[in-house]
Design a protein. Structure first.
Length: 84
């Protein structure tokens, strides 16, 4: 598996209603400093089995999302995620 496959696998494992940071996903994929690369990989993802909206910034803010930040916030809210 290449790095992008590891990223998609780590994101697919995030439970509904939970989030992980880009930095967390980078670490889980084996490259702790590649959190920007994680964002780029997820921005190109169109697989509905990879819930990209569950990945947020380390400071708790939502970060980017291909379909827009409102859509990301709505999806997280629908799943029961409560921001801190």
């Amino acid at each position: 598996m290449d790095f992008a496959d590891w990223v998609r696998s780590a994101v697919a494992a995030i439970p509904k209603g939970s989030t992980r940071s880009y930095k967390y996903i980078a670490r889980a994929a084996g490259s702790p400093r590649a959190y920007r690369a994680v964002g780029n990989i997820l921005n190109k993802n169109r697989d509905p089995n990879v819930p990209c909206h569950r990945v947020i910034k380390s400071d708790g803010s939502l970060g980017g999302y291909y379909y827009g930040s409102r859509a990301k916030a709505r999806k997280l809210k629908e799943e029961g995620y409560v921001s801190r």
